[in-house]
Design a protein around this ligand. Structure first.
Ligand code: AN7
Length: 351
């Protein structure tokens, strides 16, 4: 354990004798049992796959380590991606580890503060554009066509290969695939990767079943649900503020092959679930990550029964990524006291 996903899942990945094997400690993330919200869902078991525990605080590290390894194998010394923040933080970290030049194209004003701080710290070259993520991705694709630079967005198939390993971990830990998987959807790479992973686990005999895939977009950025490109995607969850997902068709395929759903949750549902995950379960994630459980709660509230089901919600990123949204949470109590035991004692009994 702790060997990283290239070493651990070599035989499931496009790794050969020329591929460099390295790791920042990605993968092997916790699958945590719900203690409180599970009762409201009425299922057999509810589990959270904590992808915020990856080295840069999001699931992107699983795919990035493979994409970067394959770039280095090809002799490429420059990588680039467009990003709403987490892909860029991850690319910058692995780029720094391998001594690559990392160029990030990001939508100005649309990247959470923690993510931008990471990219700066890792020493990336950052181009902020006056446009949204979709425009940034369009430019980055063209940039990588014109120059000897490796595109490390999830359009790069090696990203999907690495990310599928989360499904293997879930299957190994449960001894089966869950009945239902709930997952946030932005550019739709992750839902594509999880489905690929579950299918491969099934085909190779690691599991005897396949899950129903349940993807959730944010209401103001729900092109897959609404069936049309969203020119100006809007949601508090900046990670999934995406109007034209690159893996749109593959997400539909995952939905249809698994008899699943892709639906949307609004910002109020995302934020209330985000707060509840922290206060009721001890899991502090970023807003986009709460879309998975928000989707499940929405279904339960509309009367659907999940009795007897084993359900996994993917929690894609760490709460510290977006300190500005976190600072809007109303403290239970947060007061100032003189530095004396008698005064502070009062804090013990405040309601
Ligand atoms: C926390 O970093 O697209 O559906 O550029 O950061 O695979 O896009 C981030 C996406 C969910 C959606 N949760 O996953 C990026 C980027 C978090 C995320 C998603 C993202 P995809």
């Amino acid at each position: 354990m702790g060997k990283g996903i290239i070493e651990t899942y070599k035989k499931f990945l496009p790794i050969n004798s020329k591929t460099p094997v390295f790791s920042l400690g990605e993968g092997n993330t916790p699958l945590v049992k719900s203690r409180n919200i599970v009762d409201e869902i009425g299922c057999k078991s509810l589990l959270f796959k904590l992808e915020g525990c990856n080295p840069t605080g999001s699931f992107k590290d699983r795919g990035m380590v493979v994409a970067v390894a394959k770039a280095v194998e090809k002799g490429i010394s420059s990588i680039a991606c467009a990003s709403t923040g987490n892909t860029s933080a991850s690319a910058a970290a692995y780029g720094a580890y391998l001594g690559l030049r990392t160029t990030l194209i990001v939508p100005k004003g649309n990247v959470a503060r923690g993510k931008l701080a990471q990219a700066v710290a890792y020493g990336a070259h950052i181009a902020m554009i006056d446009g949204n993520f979709d425009k940034a991705l369009e430019i980055t694709r063209e940039l990588c066509k014109r120059h000897p630079v490796e595109l490390v967005n999830s359009l790069n198939p090696n990203r999907i290969e690495g990310q599928k390993t989360a499904s293997f971990e879930i299957v190994e830990e449960l001894g089966m695939a869950p009945d239902d998987l709930f997952i946030p959807v932005g550019n739709a790479g992750n839902i594509t990767a999880y489905w690929k992973g579950f299918k491969e686990a099934f085909e190779s005999g690691l599991s005897d079943n396949l899950p129903v895939m349940n993807g959730y977009q944010a209401s103001g950025a729900a092109p897959i649900v609404d069936g049309a490109i969203v020119e100006e995607p809007r949601t508090v969850a900046s990670a999934i503020r995406i109007g034209n997902p690159a893996s749109w068709e593959l997400a539909l395929k995952a939905r249809d092959e698994s008899n699943g759903f892709i639906d949307k949750v609004n910002d109020d549902e995302i934020l209330s679930t985000y707060r509840r995950l922290a206060s009721d379960e001890g899991i502090f994630c970023e807003p986009a990550s709460a879309a998975s459980l928000a989707g499940l709660l929405k279904r339960v509230n509309s009367g659907e029964s999940f009795e007897g089901k084993t359900i996994v919600c993917v929690i894609t990123g760490n709460g510290l990524k977006d300190p500005d949204i976190a600072n809007e949470i109303k403290p239970v109590s947060l007061n100032e006291y003189p530095a004396q035991i008698e005064s502070v004692e009062e804090a013990l009994s405040l309601s």
